[in-house]
Ligand binder design. Structure first.
Ligand code: 9WN
Length: 411
């Protein structure tokens, strides 16, 4: 394996997706700034250009709403390549944005960028701190249910068509959304993307939110979809812990953040599905567990929870498939190794899971995961995701976050 050569290719991809002050996830398929993709990009840039890393995060926060929410897409520049665009979301502000959020990993990545060069980063961290606090406050105010983070749309989870959402999605009526043209399926193989019936429902949820004027209270009360997402809860807990570190470093008050951490730790306990013996999401409209063992449940160590009850599941899954922690349990009847979040292995998820494993002393698992993700990228390139069974690359190519995790973690 020629690491120098692959490093150079990774930087080239970051450069090609760079729009000056923000990156796109990959040109063509995703032509705008996505929230958690940008946080990964900042982490990637921090290995060779901290200045550019800060501008990535700062540009993302130009999309922050007055209520603190940081949207899942910021539409800096109109493009016809992606649907739904700004007109569909109908958010009356500039820069145009979507109306929903995404996993709040910005505090975690801001901490990493800051620690890469504290001298340079101090003033940027100071500026970013208040914005991060208001985003976290927004989550606590509008999205915490018994300490668990609720999502109002599968896109918020970042794991669009995961089996976790199947039951809750079945209760969403997508029949009245009208005609529309998808763009994603003209860039990549449709069999690797969510289906038309998923998209109808995704749009029905967007239309519901838009018709309320993106009113969180109304969406919480009557929105068609509300699920406590185990991935969101664990990532938010981790982000709050990182925010606490930053607060201490910058001499800010810590009580409020400590309170959030305590609530989220209790929330993680509520995610425990005792019948199936693993962490799980809960459909808040029905109160039922989703009964799905996806990669998100393995973020428990990344959240700083020392709970080894997930280890036997990890051992089994890592022997059933060769590459990574797949987005769905390979023993699940719905497992599909190439359809998006219903089976494929995602490098960025592997990186977060791997870091959590290493931090909690599970070095052998952590290294195995890192090495097999490394192999996927070195042999096939910087794809969006891969088959966990044979490593076949899939989805979009030249992906920013795959390049970023190569530079920071996999290599
Ligand atoms: C919808 C950009 C994004 C990622 C998500 C991934 C996918 C969008 C889509 O692409 O979602 O937000 O159109 O499929 O699921 O995690 O942030 O890479």
């Amino acid at each position: 394996m020629n690491f120098d050569k692959i490093d150079k290719r990774a930087r080239k991809i970051m450069r090609e997706n760079d729009r000056g002050l923000y990156t796109v996830p990959t040109k063509g398929l995703y032509p705008y700034q996505w929230n958690w993709d940008s946080a990964f990009a900042a982490w990637g840039f921090s290995t060779y250009d901290v200045r550019r890393a800060w501008s990535e995060l700062e540009t993302l926060f130009t999309g922050q709403w007055d209520n603190g929410m940081v949207p899942h897409i910021v539409f800096h520049k109109q493009s016809i390549g992606y649907f739904p665009g700004p007109d569909v979301w109908g958010v009356p502000r500039v820069p145009h944005t979507s109306g929903i959020t995404q996993p709040p990993i910005a505090a975690t990545m801001a901490r990493a960028v800051y620690e890469a060069d504290k001298h340079y980063g101090r003033i940027h961290m100071e500026l970013m701190y208040g914005r991060l606090v208001s985003w976290h406050r927004w989550f606590v105010k509008y999205r915490l249910h018994d300490g668990m983070v609720a999502i109002t749309h599968p896109w918020e989870s970042g794991r669009d068509n995961a089996v976790d959402w199947d039951d809750a999605m079945a209760n969403v009526d997508g029949s009245g959304v009208g005609e529309y043209t998808r763009r994603d399926t003209s860039h990549v193989d449709p069999s690797m993307r969510p289906k038309k019936e998923d998209y109808d429902r995704y749009l029905a949820m967007v239309q519901f939110g838009r018709d309320t004027g993106w009113n969180e209270v109304e969406i919480a009360r009557n929105g068609p979809f509300r699920v406590a997402d185990v991935g969101m809860t664990l990532l938010f807990l981790r982000a709050c812990r990182d925010l606490l570190h930053i607060a201490v470093e910058l001499d800010h008050e810590v009580e409020e953040i400590e309170g959030w951490i305590a609530m989220l730790k209790r929330g993680v306990e509520n995610h425990w599905n005792a019948e199936r013996g693993h962490y799980d999401s809960i459909d808040l409209r029905t109160g039922k567990f989703t009964n799905s063992l996806s990669s998100a449940s393995f973020l428990v160590w990344f959240a700083g929870i020392r709970d080894d009850r997930m280890l036997p599941h990890l051992d089994r899954i890592m022997t059933e498939v060769a590459f990574g922690v797949p987005s769905n349990d390979p023993s699940d009847p719905h497992f599909n190794p190439l359809r998006y979040w219903r089976g494929p292995s995602w490098g960025m998820m592997n990186s977060l899971i791997g870091i959590g494993l290493a931090e909690t002393g599970h070095i052998v698992h952590a290294e195995k995961l890192r090495k097999n993700t490394q192999k996927l990228i070195a042999e096939h390139g910087f794809y969006e995701y891969f088959s966990p069974v044979d490593g076949a690359p899939a989805g979009g190519n030249h992906f920013t976050w795959t390049a970023a995790i190569w530079l920071t973690w996999a290599s």
